[in-house]
Design a protein around this ligand. Structure first.
Ligand code: AMP
Length: 540
């Protein structure tokens, strides 16, 4: 491979082609360990300034999140740059890894008049110098679709392997830093002690813990072993608030510093009886009656840096805290959530805390859910009492509960079951009415008891029209009521929509197919998700 002349302290810079060939090899390697080994071997050979760009490329990111830089190049621009480059004779390898990263930074910095054309020209020039293998990697990385099966976890393993540091230490450091490139650099060039030292630092944000969707209140309770702490799921904006002596910093969910936009929150926090802490919660915009305002109104406040005082009045903000991660020098993240909440109760008065109730039955949970909805909130969060705070992780220790909606849909076909359900029609294809035809919106095998399943099978077989391997198609006559959590856009089904977590709640023998819900209703439901409650005076 021809060496690329370097500007880096007289050493040879790593060619971009080396990275491209690692990518091709990764695409052909299937084992997680083998992938990590391959990446580790590559990382070990890099110069310090090459490590972060390499890690970013391999994980399909152009820039680190903390960089707040975006490339501003759309897919169409990428494709036209590629088409132009392909028309020209192939280039000999000449690009260095760092150089490609720098060129992309330069593209991101293009703003103002004619920015689109100038970005296109710069990208074109870069792609023109790339070999076909390099172009392939550039395109995959820039479109965020590496398709080499290397996610953040895999990259952390590779970094640990490359630096010969135990993987859990590297993972913990990433939880705090949230910057894979930087973690790799510290691990490889500063060693294990430096990785250990990366931990929660007051006034520096850490990645927030995230939630998964609960299928139903019962499922949430069962997942948490029969007892869960239900909190209002507030339709506000997540904030992580750090205080150290007189300094207060507020960070958004994406870790931007939003302190300057939220002076009244800073005042509230300064009044708390501790001088060193990190707390988390939601900031809400409220109307004159204390009802939550639309999210867009809140965002107007978050983005504002001028005229803040005037907006304090027109869009008042409230704070509801739900967690504490550090208090007076003690790290609380590894403690059980219940213990952290007890500390929070000591630190902040009830009006600054989220409404919360520990529940042990489905009924209690359902009652609290309707209370939350009545108060204008989104639903509930169910939190496992014993769970630590896992920064940056989405998991089942926190479950989002929203009210289930239902639709009356028609069964279009059913699949023969497997295992325990062998010989029984059990996966139902669901459709909504669209004029004279039917649009499929999903499948489900959930919700019915065994007896109901058998009953439905009899009814379906009686209206069978054809059969292909594994699937019985039926006349679209039988209506079932399905509960679901969301309507999503989906390319899988003819309708272009899919129901998330659909489950049959009832066979609607009382309804005929003309009474089934329509495609138009589905579209309206999809749109409705984007509507918000309340309106601000003089607002949109
Ligand atoms: P989602 O954005 O739908 O994934 O839901 C997670 C978000 O819900 C969090 O990032 C918070 O901004 C928000 N949220 C609202 N209320 C709570 C709560 N009580 N506990 C945790 N997160 C909450």
């Amino acid at each position: 491979m021809p060496a690329v002349q370097s500007l880096m302290s007289g050493t040879t810079a790593t060619p971009f082609l080396d990275l491209a060939s690692v990518v091709s090899r990764l695409a052909r390697t299937s084992g997680r360990l083998d992938k990590a080994q391959l990446v580790a071997d590559f990382l070990r050979k890099l110069h310090r300034e090459e490590v972060a760009p390499a890690v970013l490329f391999l994980t399909g990111n152009t820039f680190a999140e903390s960089d707040h830089r975006v490339l501003n190049v759309g897919f169409a621009t990428l494709q036209s740059a590629l088409a132009l480059a392909e028309a020209a004779p192939p280039s000999a390898p000449s690009l260095a890894l760092v150089e490609v990263h720098e060129q992309l930074q330069a593209i991101a910095e293009v703003h103002g008049v004619d920015a689109k054309r100038r970005r296109q020209a710069l990208l074109g020039a870069l792609v023109a110098r790339a070999t076909p293998e390099e172009r392939e990697v550039l395109m995959r990385s820039l479109s965020g679709e590496m398709r080499i099966g290397l996610n953040e976890g895999g990259m952390l393993d590779a970094i640990a392997e490359a630096a010969r540091i135990p993987a859990p230490l590297v993972r913990t450091a990433q939880m705090f830093l949230g910057d894979l490139g930087r973690i790799a650099e510290v691990a490889l060039f500063e060693g294990v002690d430096a990785i250990r030292a990366v931990s929660l630092r007051l006034l520096s944000p850490i990645k927030p813990m995230l939630a998964e969707v609960a299928e139903s209140p019962e499922a949430a309770l069962a997942e948490h072993g029969g007892t869960t702490a239900a909190e209002y799921k507030l339709d506000g904006a997540r904030v992580q608030i750090h205080r150290l002596e007189d300094e207060v910093r507020i960070f958004s969910r994406r870790l931007s510093d939003v302190t300057a936009s939220l002076p009244e929150i800073v005042e509230l926090v300064r009044a708390l009886p501790s001088r060193a802490f990190v707390v988390e919660g939601e900031v809400l915009a409220v109307d004159g009656h204390g009802r939550p305002l639309p999210f867009q109104e809140l965002m107007r406040r978050f983005r504002r840096i001028h005229d803040i005082e005037a907006h304090r009045e027109s869009i008042p903000l409230e704070l509801r805290l739900f967690d504490v991660l550090h208090l007076d020098g003690a790290m609380l993240m590894d403690l059980a959530y219940q213990e952290r909440f007890t500390s929070l109760e000591r630190l902040v008065p009830p009006k600054l805390r989220v409404e919360r109730r520990v529940v042990t039955s489905r009924e209690e949970l359902a009652t609290f859910l309707s209370q939350a909805l009545q108060a204008g909130h989104e639903g509930l969060m169910a939190k496992r009492l014993g769970a630590p705070y896992t920064a940056g992780k989405r998991g089942k220790n926190w479950l989002k509960l929203k009210p289930a909606d239902t639709l009356d849909v028609v069964v279009l076909a059913a699949e023969w079951g497997h295992g325990r359900r062998r010989g029984v029609l059990s996966n139902y294809w669901l459709g909504v009415r669209d004029g004279d035809s039917w649009q499929m919106i999903g499948k489900t095998f959930k919700g019915l008891t065994d007896a109901e399943r058998l009953q439905l099978m009899q009814q379906l077989l009686a209206i069978k029209v054809s059969e292909e391997p594994g699937v019985v198609h039926v006349k679209p006559e039988l209506v079932v009521e399905v509960a679901y959590n969301d309507v999503q856009k989906s390319p899988t089904y003819s309708s272009g929509f899919a129901l998330r977590f659909a489950r049959v709640v009832r066979i609607r023998s009382d309804k005929g197919p003309l009474e089934a819900d329509t495609y138009q209703r589905l579209e309206a439901l999809y749109e409705k998700q984007f509507e918000r409650k309340g309106r601000v005076r003089g607002g949109p």
